[in-house]
Write a protein that binds this ligand. Sequence first.
Ligand code: GAP
Length: 450
Amino acid sequence: MPNDVVTMDKIVSLCKRRGFIFPASEIYGGLHNSYDYGHYGVLLKQNVIAQWWKAMIQERDDIVALDSAIIQHPRTWEASGHLAGFSDPLVQCLGKCKRRFREDHLREEAEARGESTDHLVCPVCGGELTEPRAFNLMFETTIGPVKEDGATVYLRPETAQGIFLDFKQVLQFARRKPPFGIAQVGKSFRNEITPGNFIFRTLEFEQMEMEFFVPPAEAPQWHEHWLKERFDWYVNLGIDPEHLRLRPHDADELSHYSSATSDVEYLYPIGWSELEGIANRGDFDLTQHAKFSGEKLDYVDPQTGDRYIPYVIEPAAGVGRSMLAFLCDAYDEDEIGGEQRTVLRLHPALAPVKVAVLPLLRKAGHPEKARAVYEELRRHMKAEYDDGGAIGRRYRRQDEIGTPFAITIDHQTIEDDTVTLRDRDTLEQERVPVEGLARRLLAKLDPGVV
Ligand code: GAP
């Protein structure tokens, strides 16, 4: 467990209670493995994505951005191998419950319990299981008004392929040469049938993927480079390094396109699981798309005249899985004045709200002054005004959503234009002037946070 208090149930319940994330289509009884993101969930998600772009684009000059279509030409998925090979082994219960399971998951679970995998049975009702059958994970749809006459297309199962299709265009307009990368964030879709463990595994999810094109001989060293960069990214955003590890894939686990992959794994409350995959895709994708499209997708070095198909190193992260890891690692419970408090110790860069402004009373000029302070602060950072309920409860509400700072306007503010500034983690309260408040807070937040 990341720490001794967090459980998946507590995260799910906090997310629902505070409107971060909740089941989709709930008024119709929900839809399995589908979730909606509410106000704070959207803000947290935006912050995670912003930090990823910052690491990829702002802090480097060898990566450019792309936003490619979700629905691409269907040949894309023939070339990429997804039509033939992107499948899970599915078994169905022949007993009472008739449920479907992933055979590889049942096998792993049996192994984890130290049981034999020679004869797997239904984990729900103990019934016999069918032989495994390959089940493609891509969602299929049709372009055109009539399904029968239309063209079958697919919702992308990874954002990566759009990058490979545009490789040549980007080479030209971005005037780049390997090593260089193309980064993209967007939705991907997979027909996942196993229970998803909240947002760990969902039908639709956002990916943050970057394809880094390198001269073939440099691929191993760039793979190492990206393993370190991506591991450090999570640590720099507050994840305890003890809760992270790099796990190289065994040969039988590798995807059809990969010659080497390591996962960044996080110690979720469900155990160690994949947070991000970092693969050496070799020249598989560009070679396949060149073959299927007839376009030349190799690179010619203008200086040396060398012609080669670049190898690709791919750090592929999930926004939802990152959010889940950040939430689990930040979750804490403590006691203040005999009262229990739930607090998200989120890194300030990720916190949905940076500062809360709270008038002590709903009279005596407090709300007016607090509103003025809030309106000034929100020009600089995400701020929230709250005048509802006892001050202690308002602090608790902000602690629960991970707000690093709270400012209270009280009698003294009206007299001398000072406020109290409370720190979420140390609980220290200092008296500071309203003048220069934004500058003071910006200095306390890490650079690049707002
Ligand atoms: N382009 C390579 C690729 O897609 P992947 O390991 O299948 O590799 C990359 O996916 C990341 O996307 C995973 O590490 C995970 O964070 C996220 N991801 C994959 N499937 C997911 C799902 N069904 N729900 C949520 N996140 C998912």
